[in-house]
Design a protein around this ligand. Structure first.
Ligand code: KIV
Ligand code: NA
Length: 275
């Protein structure tokens, strides 16, 4: 598998070639995604919930993100990797955003950063892009500000909010972002956005007419047990396979069938008397 480049994002869109984008937060999962055909990895701030057990993504720090991005970069050398900027790390000023994004890129060696926001964030994104930072946008349901949006719900469901979404997307594109995540919007709105933008639309809960499908790996493999959004299809039931495996280990330990000689060191040795 050949690692995608920033210019491939554009080429794929122009050629109508679909691609996929999934999360990883650790070395083992990153290496599994790397072995698959999936083209892009996000080290999302969703690690707050999936890895750290928080109730929302707010609370994750730059240090947390960097801690998780580093092993993903090591585990997935052939996959394009985006690092998510956490809440509070880019909304103070363009200087703050540039400093934190630069730090993320330099300390982890990931391929781009992602941040949430529309028209209001566009000037910051323009400054970041001028500073040489590859920026992926994220609009629609933006989990970091979901409290202000009234919870995890569909965005762009009215004519006014759909128009606002298109304005947001256009502003992010004009600011120089090379791609944009669109989360939890009606399929018709996402289709419109995909046609209106030159940059690829990376859709999650955005229907079929987008350039790329995004899902949280632990959701699509059926690993995460707390909550399943409507847009998540479970393509495997890994949680059940894991619990079954653990129970088999437990059972064979109790009945003595594990560890058999195959899993033991069987060479006879003279053991010094210890007592
Ligand atoms: O953090 C995350 O997993 C995300 C995706 C839902 C796009 O931002
Ligand atoms: Na995120």
């Amino acid at each position: 598998k050949k690692k995608m480049t920033i210019s491939d994002f554009q080429t794929y869109k122009e050629e109508g070639r679909k691609f996929t984008y999934v999360t990883a937060y650790d070395y083992t999962m990153a290496s599994i995604v790397d072995e698959s055909e999936c083209e892009v990895i996000l080290v999302g701030d969703s690690l707050a919930m999936v890895m750290l057990g928080y109730k929302s993504t707010v609370g994750v720090t730059m240090e947390d993100m960097i801690h998780h991005i580093k092993p993903v970069v090591k585990g997935a050398p052939n996959t394009f990797i985006a690092g998510d900027m956490p809440f509070g790390s880019y909304n103070v000023s363009a200087e703050q955003a540039i400093a934190n994004a630069s730090r993320m890129l330099m300390e982890t060696n990931c391929d781009c950063i992602k941040l949430e926001g529309g028209v209001d964030l566009a000037p910051t994104i323009a400054r970041m892009v001028k500073a040489g930072i590859p920026v992926m946008g994220h609009i629609g349901l933006t989990p970091q500000t979901s409290t202000s949006l009234g919870g995890f719900r569909v965005q762009g469901g009215t004519p006014e909010s759909a128009r606002k979404l298109i304005e947001d997307a256009k502003a992010i594109e004009a600011a120089g972002a090379f791609s944009i995540v669109v989360e939890c919007v009606p399929s018709v709105v996402a289709k419109e956005l995909t046609q209106a933008l030159r940059i690829p639309v990376l859709g999650i809960g955005a229907g079929p007419d987008v350039d790329c499908q995004v899902l949280v790996t632990q959701d699509l493999l059926g690993m995460y047990g707390d909550f399943k959004p409507k847009f998540v299809k479970q393509f495997a039931q890994i949680r059940k396979a894991m619990v079954d495996g653990l129970n088999l280990f437990h059972e064979e330990t109790l009945n003595g069938s594990f560890p058999s000689p195959e899993y033991s060191f069987n060479k006879a040795v003279d053991i010094p008397k210890l007592y």
